[in-house]
Design a protein around this ligand. Structure first.
Ligand code: DGY
Length: 330
C-alpha cells in the first residue's frame, strides 16, 4: 500500500507534519474551505487514506471513486457525514476522534446554558447600543440556573462532562439513554424516559449522535412536552431537532428559549430563528479551541499512521471492515 494521504482542508499542527514525515505522497487542500463535492470525487482516488471533516459528505459515490482507499479518518467524533455502511461494504475503514473534544464541548454547552438563561448576549447588545436605562428590580430578568433541573438526552462522554459541571451548580440531574451510565449515576443523575425528562427539566441538553433514530428526535410533539419555562440546548447535531418546529415553539412561547451550536441545514438556519430574541446562536464552536482542534487532527493522523504501520487504527467505528489482511500491506 502506498503511504498516500489526502487532507481535504487545512488542519492545525502537528497533524500535517506527522503525516508528511511518514507519507510517500502528501496532499492537503491548501484552502481553508471544504472541497466541492465534484472536487472531492476528483481528489480522493489513489490515496490510501483520507483525513476529512464533518463538512465533507463522504457518500457512496465518493467511496466508490476512492480507488485504493483503505481509511477515511474523520476529524470529528460524529461521523454522520460518512456512509459507514457503504464504507464497510467496500472494505474501507472509518475512524473518528472520541474523547479529545469532550471537555471543550461540555464547556461550550455550559456557555450556552448560562448565556441563554441569564440573557448574556441581549445584555451585551444593550450596553453596546448605549441603551442601559440603569438598574431596575424588574429589569432583564432571566432564569436561575443554580438548583434547577438539567435533563441530558444521551448518556455518553459529553453528557457526563456536562453533568460533572452541573454538580457545582447544585442541579438535579436527569438523563435519558438506552442503558445506565454508572458515572452519571455516581453524580446523582437519574435515568428516566425521554417524556419524563422533557416534562421535568428546566434545561434539556442534547448529546446524542445523529442517526436515523435520532433524526428529529425533538419535534413539535416533544417540544410541547417541555415546560414553558424550559430551555433547549443543542451542541450535538442540528437535525436531531426539527428546527422549523423549534422556531414555532419559540415564537409561541411554548418554551422559554434555546441555546444552539448546531443547525439542521448548516451553515444555514431555519427561517425566523435569528429573529427569536430568546435564543443564543453559535456557529458550531463546540470543539473550537486551539488545543482541542490540534488534538482532533492529531488523533485522525494517528489512525492513519497506525494503518500505514499495518496496525489496527485505534478509533475504528466500523471494526467489521478490519481484517488481518490489512496488516502487512504496507
Ligand atoms: C464533532 O467532533 O462531532 C464536533 O461536532 C466537531 O466540532
Amino acid at each position: 500500500m502506498e503511504r498516500s494521504v489526502l487532507i481535504t482542508r487545512l488542519v492545525p499542527d502537528p497533524a500535517p507534519e506527522m503525516l508528511r514525515a511518514a507519507a510517500d505522497r502528501f496532499t492537503m487542500n491548501p484552502a481553508d474551505r471544504p472541497l466541492e463535492p465534484a472536487e472531492l470525487i476528483r481528489s480522493v482516488p489513489g490515496h490510501s487514506a483520507v483525513l476529512c471533516q464533518l463538512t465533507d459528505r463522504i457518500d457512496r459515490s465518493v467511496l466508490e471513486a476512492a480507488r485504493g482507499c483503505r481509511l477515511i479518518a474523520n476529524m470529528a467524533v460524529g461521523f454522520n457525514n460518512i456512509d459507514v455502511e457503504a464504507a464497510t461494504e467496500l472494505g474501507i475503514l472509518v475512524t473518528n476522534t472520541p474523547g479529545v473534544l469532550t471537555e471543550a464541548t461540555a464547556d461550550l454547552t455550559w456557555a450556552l446554558i448560562l448565556a441563554v438563561a441569564r440573557r448574556v448576549v441581549e445584555g451585551d447588545a444593550v450596553m453596546r447600543a448605549e441603551a442601559f436605562p440603569g438598574w431596575g428590580p424588574l429589569y432583564m430578568l432571566g432564569a436561575e440556573v443554580s438548583g434547577s433541573t438539567l435533563g441530558l438526552v444521551g448518556p455518553g462522554r459529553i453528557a457526563t462532562a456536562v453533568a460533572r459541571r452541573a454538580v457545582g451548580f447544585g442541579m438535579r440531574l436527569l438523563y435519558h439513554g438506552r442503558r445506565p451510565n454508572p458515572e452519571l449515576d455516581t453524580l446523582g443523575a437519574r435515568l428516566v424516559e425521554l417524556d419524563e425528562l422533557l416534562a421535568e427539566s428546566d434545561f434539556v441538553s442534547l448529546h446524542v449522535p445523529l442517526t436515523d433514530q435520532t433524526h428529529h428526535l425533538i419535534d413539535a410533539t416533544r417540544l410541547a412536552r417541555m415546560k414553558p419555562t424550559a430551555y433547549l440546548i443543542n451542541t450535538a447535531r442540528g437535525p436531531v431537532v426539527d428546527e422549523s418546529a423549534l422556531v414555532e415553539a419559540l415564537r409561541a412561547g411554548r418554551i422559554a428559549g434555546a441555546g444552539l451550536d448546531v443547525y439542521e441545514r448548516e451553515p444555514k438556519m431555519a427561517d425566523g430563528l435569528a429573529d427569536c430574541p430568546n435564543t443564543v446562536l453559535l456557529p458550531h464552536l463546540g470543539s473550537a479551541t486551539r488545543k482541542t482542534r490540534g488534538a482532533m487532527a492529531a488523533m485522525a493522523a494517528e489512525n492513519i499512521l497506525a494503518l500505514w504501520r499495518g496496525q489496527k487504527p485505534p478509533n475504528l467505528v466500523n471494526p467489521d471492515a478490519w481484517s488481518p489482511e490489512h496488516e502487512g500491506r504496507v
